[in-house]
Each structure stands twice: as C-alpha cells, then as structure tokens.
Design a protein around this ligand. Structure first.
Ligand code: SF4
Length: 295
C-alpha cells in the first residue's frame, strides 16, 4: 500500500519537474480548501519540498457557505499544525463585503451559475491570500479530471481565449504570483485513494452549490466515457495540452486596467468589479424593494 502513496508523490515530483513549476528558492503557497485534493496536495508538497528547505504556507478561502466551509477549515487547521506550516485565511466577507450565501441569494433572476460567480471571487481571494503569504508560487489541487473538464467546458463555451490559462508553462501577468497545478497528471480517483491511505482528514459535506451548471454534466459524461473506454481522460489531457501549446498564446488578448480597482481586465471593468456591482444592486433591491430601481 505504501508503494501506491510513493507513486503519487513521485508522479507529482515528475510533473513539477517537467513543467518547472517550483524552484529551490520558491516560497510555496498551497491553496487548501479542506477537500481531499487540496489536503493531499499539501501533504505531498510538504513531503517533497520541506526537506529541500522550501517554505510552505497553506492559504484558505472562507467563501461564507453556512454549514460547509467551517468543517473544512477545522481539518485544514489540524493538518497545518501537524506539518508545522503557516496558514493564511481570507474570507469573501472581509474582501468583498458579502458572503457567498448572500451573493447567491437571487438564483431565480441570474443566468450565471453559482460556481462561475464563486470562481471569479475565489481567484481574486487566492490572489490576495498569496500576496499576504509572501508566496512566489501558488499550487492548486486541480487534478487530471478537473483539467480535462475545464478544457472541454472552454470548448463548449467557445471560450478559446481561456485555453491559455491551462497551459502549464503559461505565466498569467495579471496574477502577481505564479500558479501551478502539480496534480494535473493524476486522476481524481488516485488522489482520493492517496487521501484514504494516508488518513488525510477532509470535509464530509459537499458545497450545496456544486451541482449547478455545466461542470457537473461534463464530469458525469467524462466518467461514463472513461468507464466505457479506459484511458479516455488521459488521452484528452494529452490532446488538450497539444492543442493549447499550438493555439492558446496567439489568442491572448491585451489587458487594460480595470476602471474601478486597477487590476487587469479585458474591457476596462474586471469580472470581480462587474459582479460586485450586480450583487450590490440585488442586495439593495432586497433591502429596499420599493425604492430600488426608482431613481
Ligand atoms: Fe464555489 Fe462552486 Fe466550489 Fe461551491 S462548488 S465553493 S460555489 S466553486
């Protein structure tokens, strides 16, 4: 059984080395949500890089989902204590002025899925936490399944410009700290087995918003394809990497500073500020249903 865990550590090391994700002087922030993937990533990177004297900091985001994130944050705290690494926690409430529950309390009227909304704020929150942690690189626990799902979703949305984000060697200039995905060549099932074998504690409840939107349909579809055609996800990963390496860089758009916060944006207003304005408008309408919209 120990051989399997060692193979996951070795696979991670090979991926990191192949794409030059981490250098000896890096201070590594690991985005730890408290789920099995991120808790396993923290453990694997600690095993690989603490002995090499890289510093590791766990960064966690409290989105503000009642009954969901509290348990995850407890688990992540117990692991950072066990590994003797620092932890930086930021919350949506602190950074944006609302919790995710408050922001999503208008499902009927909006067309954007909960995860699309959340993802925009989450990226900004990780960005902020990484800066506070004085990290030079941020490792996220996206595994092979996540990677292939995102690739397929970008194709289905016709959002080819975003393919560049999936290039493992791509450096996003709009993000102050380099982002890497050391688990991108490891199946979700393998990470789950690693977590069980190593007694990694992780949250037992899922986010109540996770089954909305296209991703869960793509996930189910790919799982069926993999069951019927073993190895299909791995083939898709290789095809995706090939397409991205040929196409993505030429499709990158010039960015301009956001007129509201100054961060890079594609059209003068970044997604965070645009969505914040939509949420504020919704909250005002809820609080003052008679006056809102009346000028
Ligand atoms: Fe956010 Fe979706 Fe993750 Fe829930 S499942 S925390 S809504 S990205």
């Amino acid at each position: 059984m120990g051989c399997f865990s060692d193979s996951i550590v070795e696979k991670t090391r090979r991926t990191v080395s192949k794409y030059r994700m981490i250098s000896p002087s890096d201070r590594i922030a690991v985005a730890v949500s408290g789920g099995k993937d991120s808790m396993s990533l923290l453990r694997v990177l600690a095993r690989l890089y603490l002995p090499r004297r890289n510093e590791i900091v766990a960064i966690s985001v409290d989105e503000g989902v009642a009954g969901y994130r509290d348990e995850a944050l407890r688990h992540s705290k117990s692991m950072v204590d066990e590994l003797h690494v620092e932890q930086v926690v930021v919350s949506y409430k602190e950074l944006f002025g609302f919790s995710l529950d408050e922001a999503l309390d208008w499902k009927e009227e909006r067309t954007t899925s909960s995860c699309s909304f959340c993802g925009v704020f989450r990226r900004r929150a990780i960005d902020e936490a990484a800066v506070r942690a004085r990290a030079t690189v941020v490792a996220t626990a996206h595994n092979l399944d996540d990677y292939v799902q995102t690739f397929m979703m970008n194709l289905m949305h016709g959002d080819l410009a975003r393919l560049g984000w999936l290039d493992p060697t791509y450096v996003d200039e709009s993000f102050p700290v380099r982002r890497v995905k050391p688990f991108m060549e490891i199946y979700e099932e393998e990470v789950a087995l690693y977590a069980y074998q190593n007694g990694v504690p992780f949250q037992s409840v899922s986010c109540p918003y996770m089954h909305e939107g296209l991703r869960s349909e793509v996930r189910d579809y790919l799982n069926v394809m993999e069951a019927n055609h073993p190895g299909m996800k791995n083939v898709l990963l290789r095809s995706g990497l090939d397409v991205i390496s040929r196409y993505a860089r030429s499709s990158e758009k010039e960015s301009v500073p956001c007129s509201s916060c100054g961060k890079p944006s594609s059209n003068g207003l970044c997604n965070v500020c645009r969505m914040k304005a939509e949420i504020r408008e919704h909250v005002n309408i809820k609080r003052n249903p008679r006056t809102a919209g009346g000028g």
